[in-house]
Design a protein around this ligand. Structure first.
Ligand SMILES: Cc1cc2nc3c(=O)[nH]c(=O)nc-3n(C[C@H](O)[C@H](O)[C@H](O)COP(=O)(O)O)c2cc1C
Length: 185
């Protein structure tokens, strides 16, 4: 199974990426067949906002040339996308919003349809529900298969790993994924 993780925090090793890494480490310990992991931080990637030119309706690709094209290619190659965002004012971060809007170019002919997805959100205290809702609505629009959401709390780097509920949520998502893979066998 090809897994792509996307961490949407400006902090490469912040809580969002640490919670995602915790989840992928659990996956590596499990007996998932042919696990191929690609991890990407959106920090340092140039993803401009959607221009709303709607040219993608005719072509199925985006006219804005930046790092979106290579990220889209990675998304298209993956079976499971783990997308995580820090909670910024009860919603996704700017880079995550830019990325999800740019996938309009993949939406017209549902190029992401059927891909499995685990949405992840980390806040200091509150707002993860609304953030996960943004990610879930996006995934539903693309007709992706939502496995289970994961969220946690933390403020300073690494604090999220002290959150027992976050670790349990990651393990529950993995359990759900394993169940799903068994059904598919
Ligand atoms: C611009 C900004 C807005 C934030 N808004 C919220 C918020 O609405 N609710 C909250 O609980 N934490 C908020 N936080 C705190 C972050 O969600 C928290 O520090 C989280 O761990 C960040 O994840 P990261 O380390 O991956 O960047 C905000 C932080 C920043 C920088």
């Amino acid at each position: 199974m090809r897994v792509l993780t996307l961490s949407g925090s400006p902090l490469k090793k912040g809580n969002t990426s640490q919670l995602i890494t915790y989840l992928t480490k659990q996956m590596e310990k499990s007996d998932i067949q042919d696990l191929k992991l690609t991890s990407l931080s959106l920090s340092g990637e140039k993803i401009s906002p959607c221009k709303a030119c709607k040219k993608c309706m005719e072509t199925g690709s985006c006219v804005v040339k930046d790092d979106f094209q290579s990220i889209a290619k990675k998304m298209l190659k993956s079976d499971l996308i783990i997308i995580g965002s820090p909670v910024f004012f009860h919603d996704v971060s700017g880079p995550v919003k830019n990325l999800i809007d740019r996938t309009y170019s993949l939406w017209h002919d549902r190029q992401l349809k059927g891909k499995k997805i685990i949405p992840v959100a980390v806040s200091a205290a509150s707002g993860e529900d609304r953030t996960l809702e943004t990610l879930r609505i996006w995934a539903q629009a693309h007709e992706m298969k939502i496995i289970r959401s994961v969220s946690g709390h933390g403020y300073k780097k690494g604090e999220v790993l002290k959150d027992e509920e976050a670790r349990t949520a990651a393990k529950n998502a993995l359990r759900e994924l394993m169940g799903e893979l068994q059904i598919e066998e």
